[in-house]
Ligand binder design. Structure first.
Ligand SMILES: Nc1ncnc2c1ncn2[C@@H]1O[C@H](COP(=O)(O)OP(=O)(O)OP(=O)(O)O)[C@@H](O)[C@H]1O
Ligand SMILES: [Mg+2]
Length: 265
């Protein structure tokens, strides 16, 4: 059983915004559990893919959700012709073989699922497979990384203090306008001037956060608008279908955003 399929062969493009690469490398050297915090579409997944490539480690990603059980992470017995066989879950594979394990949106998982990472994220670095009666000691290369969108969850859904306090955290936000425009131009294929216009529109949308919008347009959405424009869609139409219609149905907010598009175009 090899995790070679989880190795990233070609460099994922990542434009650093601050010192995040050096910070992550320092944390990785001691395998300090790491939390990547920030709103949707701001580069957390791209960052961990880049870091896994840079560090030459396989990357096992698990998207967490509320129906996820500890068995989905750790493993379970499966019924086969020869009887029951144990199958390691993705976390267990990463622990045994020394991968970076990225638990995406960890707060979505129930707290009884989240606690399985506790013994892995203190100096014991062990994973108990209770159903199998096995204690797996983590491979020296195993590194646990989680993502967390601050602000979206209710108090009920937040991480336990005893979970949070096991992690270091790097904050991700939308980069400054010039950096974000460079990212958008590179990822979508539009020219620098067009990318700059799209970023100005996104900035207006981000200013509406809290007054009608839960979140402004993310870098991901701006890239989508750029991709449409690179295919010949006009600025107005591209912004409408990539930046406005997905995030609001409120006619007043849609109007406000349309005005912003017209003003920036
Ligand atoms: N710093 C960056 N360098 C390169 N590309 C970036 C950067 N930030 C964002 N992107 C682009 O934005 C897209 C969305 O980023 P990504 O998928 O990493 O967001 P995320 O923070 O993981 O969002 P979510 O919380 O929704 O999972 C990426 O596919 C990439 O094209
Ligand atoms: Mg992501």
């Amino acid at each position: 059983m090899s995790l070679d399929a989880y190795r990233i062969e070609t460099e994922p493009f990542f434009h650093a915004v601050g010192n995040e690469i050096a910070q992550f490398e320092a944390a990785h050297a001691d395998r300090l559990p790491m939390m990547l915090k920030g709103p949707t579409g701001c580069g957390k997944t791209r960052f961990i893919e880049h870091m896994a490539w840079r560090l030459g480690k396989p990357l096992v990603t698990v998207s967490c959700h509320e129906d996820m059980t500890a068995s989905d992470l750790v493993g379970r017995y499966l019924l086969e012709a020869e009887g029951t066989v144990w199958q390691d879950g993705p976390l267990t594979r990463a622990v045994r073989e020394g991968a970076i394990c990225y638990l995406d949106e960890i707060v979505e998982a129930r707290q009884d699922t989240t606690v399985v990472i506790h013994s892995l994220t203190d100096d014991r670095r062990i994973l108990p497979l209770e159903k199998k009666g096995e204690l797996v000691t983590a491979h020296p290369d195993f590194h646990l990384v989680i993502s967390y969108n601050p602000g979206y969850q209710s108090v009920l859904k937040d991480l336990k203090e005893s979970t949070k306090q096991r992690f270091c955290a790097i904050d991700f936000t939308y980069p400054d306008a010039a950096t974000e425009a460079a990212i958008v131009a590179r990822e979508s294929g539009v020219d620098a001037a067009t990318a700059a216009i799209l970023i100005r529109i996104a900035a207006r949308s981000r200013n509406l956060k809290g007054s009608g919008l839960d979140e402004g347009a993310s870098t991901r959405m701006v890239i989508n608008a750029g991709k449409l424009m690179a295919r010949g869609v006009t600025l107005g139409e591209a912004c409408r279908i990539a930046l406005v219609q997905p995030i609001t149905d409120d006619p007043d907010i849609r109007d406000a955003l349309s005005n912003a598009i017209a003003a920036c175009a």
